[in-house]
Design a protein around this ligand. Sequence first.
Ligand SMILES: [Zn+2]
Length: 406
Amino acid sequence: MGLFDKKYCDICGSKIGLLGNKKLEDGNMCKDCQRLLSPWFSDRRHSTVEEIKNQLAYREANKAKVTAFTPSQVYGNQTKLIVDEAKGQFLVTRSGNWPAENPDVLDLSALTGYEAAVKVNQTEEKTKNAEGKMVSYDPPQYTYEYTFRTRLLVNNPFFDDMAFEPFRSVKEKSVVVNGRPAAVHQAEYKEIKAAFDEMRAALDGCCACLSYEEPKEEEALAVTIPASAFAAAPAAAGGLTSFAFPSLPRTVSELLTLPGVSLHDPFSVAAMAVAAFCRFSEDRDACFAMIDALKGPQPLSNVDKSFIKDRFMDGKGYIPRSYFEGAVPENDYTPNRPYTIRVTESAHSRDQFDQGYITLYLKSGGADSERPVTLRHKPSTDEWFLWNHTGILAGIRTPKSADPWA
Ligand SMILES: [Zn+2]
């Protein structure tokens, strides 16, 4: 079989274009067939032709349920949870014209639990000083962006959960209280929070709440490192601080053989983590396998995985790309080649070095504050592993092409 041999879709039989092939466990599928699958389904590579055919039959039967569905309650102003109380059914959709999109209609009795969270992402606002340098305000000013998230756990043969953001995020600026910046909620936040609580109460009537989280802005304040801390940062002891990758890794072996990297060097493990996360939007299983390789003794849990999926929802796969040089909102986070990334050490990076931890920092082209990543040392092999990666996934500015206000 040559590289350019024509492939045929094992579902519908049509010819598959050069880049249109979607690999299945035991065959191939075309883009048109993929489009008919449930938007909540993600395990395509491990599905057989038979399983995909079963799902397409289920999806076809779903159309009649969509036609019969009569909304009686709507929760959310972005991705909506819509309930038909008389039939005891619900669907989740982002579309304004959802009857045309064939959203999965589920019985409320299929809900086995839910998780909800209000998350905050904080960025520092800067101003230009007399020399034209960007500096902190005194006292510092922050913008807090709140996102409202829900994850429904469901009994369904083709997917286990539905994670979505029912409300648009809300941005607020810090106000100064007792000489320091503080978060004080305004009307828009209060209104959306009340609607979110109403949705949670409705879900409580159907299934158990497995976790609920609200932001603690005080903690968020504590983890933001002002840029001034980096000016005085010591040069990294040993190890490179800048990495240039000719291409991004697709597999664990490509990841581990990137030029200049080694698990003995925590700086390179941080850079490798960013490169591995870039894989998510194309192949999440390959991405998770690479992250697991970097996490060593403590691989990703299911909770970690759903957090990552949640972070990259709504096409936010550009977040990891933003750490490479040249990637900015204006060019839709398109990095320069080779893919160059700088990993920095701050004055506090080694505060827990004696206990085997180092916290390094990465600069995103879409955020003002540096993002932390913590690595943990394994003395028996003298290797460093990814310990806390959530800073890498924090929200950044919307790329221009996706910004309706651009
Ligand atoms: Zn097909």
